[in-house]
Design a protein around this ligand. Structure first.
Ligand SMILES: *[C@@H]1O[C@H](CO)[C@@H](O)[C@H](O)[C@H]1NC(C)=O
Ligand SMILES: *[C@@H]1O[C@H](CO)[C@@H](O)[C@H](O)[C@H]1NC(C)=O
Ligand SMILES: *[C@@H]1O[C@H](CO)[C@@H](O)[C@H](O)[C@H]1NC(C)=O
Length: 314
């Protein structure tokens, strides 16, 4: 009950913002050479706890816009044609997973574009070559041994447009089916259940990648980088004080790292050898937020902060 009224409130707030901001952006895109929604998180800072995006990686900020409204935020790597992370506010899922309509972001190719994501053309019609240069396209994933793994999953949202908006390839990384349909899906479900049951206010989620020490690429084409691990963390400051004992470590923050390669060493995430073959080697290890930040710092080679003051309150 409480959660429902909260999520409808959450739905309403970004809506008001995006109407006014949409008008402003239209104006600013006429005045400035740089179009809306790329290069700056300021129109979508509401998707970050304390309006504070993670610190530690450089990339291209994308305020993810669909049907003229913002839905979440992504830090994108143009060189890797994959996101570093996506950040969103969790809302309780309703109904079944929407039909997949994959979209791309014209503004990565053409700065004059208005910043709304658009569906890929239906073959044989082809997407513009400038788009192919600037981001991942459907052909990158077709015939590869990887699935399109959402960082921001459609099943963490109430609003149908919030769900549809997750189907942009800028929110997607090459993810093994064993992870995507296995332990990583279980993590997403577990997070969803915990937040529904015990988070009373906003739950800010950030989900990202840990690259290989030496990059690997889809189909060895040097276009779309494959992550060695996925990570995810949430921050929910306002939570129920009736937490079961088993969940006292999961509030106000929680984090996890998941394997995307069964051949990775076991220093970061150990392997449970008793799993079914289809998901063997794709384990997810829950951990406290500071532990995640330590692993991110080691691989990225720079101090890494996911949430303002480690979600400790303002
Ligand atoms: C996928 O493989 C099929 C069969 O080998 C081939 O005809 C098709 O062109 C390939 N498509 C892409 C996008 O690589
Ligand atoms: C926590 O959430 C509940 C339910 O939405 C609300 O009544 C309460 O005021 C919130 N507390 C704080 C400190 O924000
Ligand atoms: C793991 O290593 C084996 C043996 O080198 C190789 O055949 C397999 O393709 C590798 N798996 C992945 C997911 O890279």
């Amino acid at each position: 009950m409480r959660y429902n009224s909260l999520s409808s409130m959450l739905g309403a707030i970004p809506r008001i913002h995006s109407i006014t901001l949409g008008g402003l952006l239209l104006l600013s895109s006429l005045l400035s050479p740089c179009g809306g929604d790329v290069g700056d998180f300021s129109p979508c800072l509401n998707y970050f706890y304390q309006a504070w995006p993670p610190k530690g990686i450089q990339g291209t900020p994308i305020c993810q816009r669909y049907e003229n409204q913002y839905h979440f935020a992504t830090l994108y790597s143009r060189e890797r044609r994959t996101p570093w992370f996506s950040a969103y506010i969790y809302t309780q899922p309703q109904g079944k997973r929407p039909k997949e309509v994959w979209k791309y972001e014209p503004q990565l190719a053409k700065s004059q574009a208005d910043g709304n994501m658009v569906p890929f053309p239906i073959p044989p019609e082809k997407v513009d070559q400038n788009v192919v240069e600037s981001q991942a396209v459907q052909e990158d994933y077709i015939n590869s041994t990887y699935t399109r793994g959402h960082l921001n999953p459609s099943q963490h949202h109430t609003d149908p447009d919030d769900r549809h908006a997750t189907f942009t390839l800028t929110n997607v990384v090459p993810q093994r089916a064993g992870s995507n349909d296995g332990p990583w899906a279980s993590l997403e479900n577990r997070v969803s259940k915990n937040l529904q049951a015990y988070c009373l206010g906003e739950a800010y989620v950030v989900t990202g990648v840990i690259p290989y020490e030496k990059d690997r690429w889809l189909k060895d084409q040097g276009r779309v980088a494959i992550p060695e691990y996925l990570w995810s963390a949430y921050c929910c400051r306002n939570y129920s004080h009736n937490l079961p004992k088993s969940l006292t470590d999961t509030f106000p923050s929680y984090a996890a790292i998941g394997r995307n390669d069964p051949n990775s060493t076991e220093e970061i995430v150990p392997v449970n050898p008793h799993r079914k073959k289809a998901v063997l080697g794709y384990d997810v290890r829950p951990m406290p937020l500071p532990t995640l930040e330590t692993y991110l710092m080691q691989r990225y080679g720079t101090p890494f902060s996911v949430f303002y003051k480690q979600c400790s309150g303002s």
